[in-house]
Write a protein that binds this ligand. Structure first.
Ligand code: HEM
Ligand code: SF4
Length: 566
């Protein structure tokens, strides 16, 4: 049912309802010879963590040859908090070589791994291989609670273990329960449910109106961008233990450039809950969005629009009534860092972890940098836990201190830069995938950003701001997969070769930026920002960040500077 009056529910709602809890006709389709799935199955597949795509670089050539597109699948796993044991990592590494067109792994901004370029014939084997090491793809994409993210840094403080336990309890309670996954991918037999038992007690047969993102951060360190999520839990820590969580609701980055009514929104504080009440509060919030979220127009289906439409007071009252109790007010939050956890850090007595920079999250071997091989060798030999960060980097944890020189030596031999060799510009930069795989990309991103960063490095050097934590993020369309709208500087693709420039977010992730210029050609992006950077270098107040500076002085004074004067 929709709560939007008489209007018709969207086509995807119908597909979900008719899919019989995400079965569709996937089992049958996996047996036919066709290289692609039907439109309905494509939608159902997303819930199983699979996007049907095509290699857009090949489109023109294939068309000229009178051939159809080269269809490939993107497989996204669900890796709560980004934690993988060595065997799990090694399966991803092997699958990339054996079953993908590109031979790479893509660490995503939500702490998971994507395999790009799996052809339909290999899809089931790839998913079965992952399942053998207990990695599921169900919940990777689709209108449900997606991969739950949480600060990836390891350590021996009890609050880290407690947060991990709480993340896993949330995954258990909020994840999809359908048996379809087992039937389709793992040849599981259909199981008869008891009378009155539901296959999806939390979601029901139409799941959620739209994707739903949940995140957990320790107060103080917003390395995961907790405000960008539908629900953000901020752990309050006293005497090294979690005492409870402030609950933030209604974050979301996505917007549509052509529709001014869409917007990115940071999550707002709603209430405070104890650890014991965490999971049921989360589930109740999900049910509010399930029951009242927009099922007519997907553009407005995220929970942020529901909260703004009905108001936060309504939302809180609805939540209290579902929980049958009054909720405590949220606690004030103080943020002091958004650490990327790169470099060596103490994990516990005699044991360290190493954060490694992965340019745009792409784990691959190039001529000069053999990152993929080096990680594989290190994981095989030393068996660290592999942790993925929301800044698309990797942490190797549980390394006995005496092994540090040996691991460094292996990385150096493979040409992998250690943190001392990575500039602040690179450390704080991020791009989404975009071309050639993303069907929604209107401009380059992952392939364009590496060309811009050295130019930014030179400008930052010249201006004497090379060590400032200025975040630069780029996306190939306004959807915002690399979280551009709270970056200091963001380039958002508008059309091939042109970008909208946003300035003035914050490296702590607590502020949205503002549209500065539209349709700026790729080769003018750096120059478009240079006057603002120059003014920042000269006029900033002590300790002032770039984003704070932009918000204090306002962007208007820079908007009308002629390119010729730059
Ligand atoms: C309405 C908006 C959105 C749509 C339709 C959308 C769709 C997509 C698609 C098709 C891909 C696959 C691209 C590829 O790997 O080839 C993708 C990647 C991804 N999206 Fe989105 N997306 C949206 C917004 C967002 C937002 C707001 C976030 C997070 C803040 C996000 C997080 C991701 C992540 C983590 C990836 C994996 C690649 C990466 O790390 O850049 N998406 N998205
Ligand atoms: S931001 Fe746009 S182009 Fe980039 S991955 Fe997301 S949907 Fe694709």
């Amino acid at each position: 049912m929709t709560h939007e009056g008489q209007k018709k529910e969207s086509k995807i709602e119908v597909i979900k309802r008719e899919s019989r809890y995400l079965r569709g006709t996937l089992k049958e389709a996996l047996q036919d010879e066709s290289p692609l799935f039907s439109e309905e199955n494509v939608q159902v597949l997303k819930f199983h963590g699979v996007y049907q795509q095509d290699d857009r670089d090949l489109r023109l050539k294939l068309k000229k040859e009178g051939k159809d597109k080269h269809y490939i699948m993107m497989v996204r796993a669900r890796i709560p908090g980004g934690v993988l044991n060595p065997d799990q990592y090694l399966v991803f590494d092997r699958l990339a070589d054996e079953y993908t067109d590109y031979g790479t792994l893509r660490i995503t901004t939500r702490q998971t791994i994507q395999l790009h370029g799996v052809i339909k014939r290999n899809l089931k084997t790839a998913i079965q291989n992952l399942n053998e090491v207990l990695i599921r793809t169900l919940g990777g994409c689709g209108d449900q609670v997606r991969n739950i993210i949480s600060c990836a840094a390891p350590g021996d403080e009890p609050f880290r273990t407690e947060m991990r336990e709480d993340v896993l309890s949330l995954v258990d309670r909020l994840g999809a329960k359908t048996r379809a996954y087992y039937e389709i991918w793992l040849d599981g037999e259909p199981v008869q449910l008891d009378e009155g038992e539901s296959e999806e007690p939390l979601y029901g047969e139409v799941y959620l109106p739209r994707k739903f993102k949940v995140a957990m951060a320790p107060e103080g360190d917003n390395c995961i961008d907790v405000y960008d999520n539908d629900i953000g839990f901020v752990a309050h820590i006293e005497n090294r233990h979690v005492v409870g969580y402030t609950v933030l609701v209604g974050g979301g980055m996505g917007r549509t450039a052509s529709d001014k009514a869409t917007y990115p929104r940071l999550a707002s504080p709603l209430c405070y809950v104890s650890r014991t009440d965490l999971v049921e509060t989360a589930a109740a919030i999900v049910t509010i969005q399930r029951d009242y979220g927009d099922r007519v127009n997907r553009r407005f289906a995220r929970m942020k629009y529901l909260i703004d439409r009905r108001g936060s007071d309504w939302f809180l009252t609805e939540l209290e009534s579902r929980l049958n109790r009054t909720l405590e007010a949220p606690r004030p939050l103080v943020w002091h860092s958004a650490a990327d956890h790169l470099g060596w850090h103490r994990e516990r007595e005699g044991v360290s972890y190493l954060g490694l920079y992965v340019p745009n999250g792409r784990v691959k071997d190039s001529e000069s940098v053999k990152l993929k091989s080096a990680l594989r060798d290190i994981v095989r030999e030393f068996r660290p836990t592999v942790r993925l960060t929301t800044q698309q980097n990797v942490i190797l944890s549980g390394i006995p201190d005496e092994l540090r020189p040996e691991i460094e030596r292996k990385l150096r031999e493979a040409g992998v830069p250690l943190v001392e060799e990575v500039s602040a510009v690179h450390r704080h930069a991020m791009a989404c995938v975009a071309l050639p795989t993303c069907g929604l990309a209107v401009a380059e991103s992952e392939r364009a950003l590496p060309g811009l960063l050295p130019v930014f490095e030179r400008v930052f050097e010249e201006l004497g701001i090379a060590d400032e934590p200025i975040t630069i993020r780029m996306t190939g369309c306004p959807n915002g997969c690399a979280r551009p709208y709270n970056a200091d500087i963001a380039f958002v693709g508008r059309t091939m070769g042109k970008y909208d420039v946003f300035l003035g977010g914050s490296h702590l992730g607590t502020e949205l930026n503002e549209l500065f210029k539209e349709f700026v050609p790729l080769d003018q992006l750096v120059d478009s920002v240079r006057p603002v950077l120059a003014a920042y270098a000269q006029e900033r107040e002590p300790g002032e960040n770039f984003g704070e500076f932009c918000r204090r002085v306002g962007l208007d004074r820079f908007r009308h500077v002629e390119q010729a004067l730059l």
